[in-house]
Design a protein around this ligand. Structure first.
Ligand code: DX5
Ligand code: ZN
Length: 219
């Protein structure tokens, strides 16, 4: 099994000082930074675009950029995010576009690729893609907003996807996003997860370095 990785979500940072928030996460010891890209169509909210990633790189951020595209037409933007400094680009299964070609394109652009599924989407929807990806992201809230409660009813889906990974010897990371704190991360870890997005709980933690150490120490 992969060792745990913490990916603080910049959505919960200070949007007037994104670089400061991103550096806080890196200095706390978080190896990844999770970047939530919303288009007001696939989800009812707006965030930021590729120029923010590029600006964070120019500001000296060296962390792994875990880019979560919540877009109705992600295929139109993968190149811009790759050029802006994304290391991994994840795309949702729910909208209609050529998922296979888009995953291949992300790889061609030199990034890792991930596939994401919403709480209402069954694991079976991503089954044809699990051998093509570096990461599967199971949403543990309906995407669009930070600060929502963790959906424990997603744990069976996590176990199911981890089961495929083990039985087929696949190497993708299994990530969770939404309502993650040290307690819900431990439940997800027990179900097979290795990569943990945390927005609110990370940025509100009184000691972020201790939080990052506790996440890294999840058995
Ligand atoms: C939700 C985003 C999440 C969000 C998580 O649409 O995909 O990454 O930032 O925030 P918390 O950790 O506060 O639930
Ligand atoms: Zn996210």
């Amino acid at each position: 099994p992969f060792s745990p990785i913490l990916a603080p979500s910049l959505l919960a940072g200070d949007h007037a000082h994104l670089s400061i928030s991103a550096h806080l996460a890196a200095e706390a010891g978080a190896p990844w930074l999770h970047l939530d890209i919303m288009d007001g169509h696939f989800v009812p909210n707006l965030t930021f675009g590729p120029e923010v990633l590029a600006a964070l790189r120019r500001a000296g951020l060296k962390t792994f950029f875990d880019t979560h595209l919540m877009l109705a037409e992600p295929h139109k933007y993968v190149e811009a995010f790759a050029k802006a400094g994304a290391n991994l680009i994840s795309i949702h299964i729910e909208p209609a576009y050529d998922h296979r070609a888009t995953l291949a394109r992300i790889r061609e652009l030199g990034c890792q690729c991930g596939i994401v599924l919403n709480p209402g989407t069954p694991a079976s929807a991503i089954a044809p893609f699990v051998d093509l990806v570096d990461l599967v992201l199971v949403m543990t809230v309906q995407p669009g907003f930070g600060g929502q409660p963790f959906r424990a009813d997603m744990l069976p889906k996590i176990r199911e996807i981890d089961g495929w990974r083990q039985s087929r010897g696949l190497k993708f990371r299994l990530e969770v996003d939404g309502g993650i704190d040290l307690a819900t991360a431990a439940q997800c870890r027990a179900a097979g997860t290795d990569t943990f997005v945390a927005g609110t709980s990370f940025f509100k933690a009184p000691d972020r370095a201790a939080y990052a150490r506790a996440m890294a120490a999840l058995a």
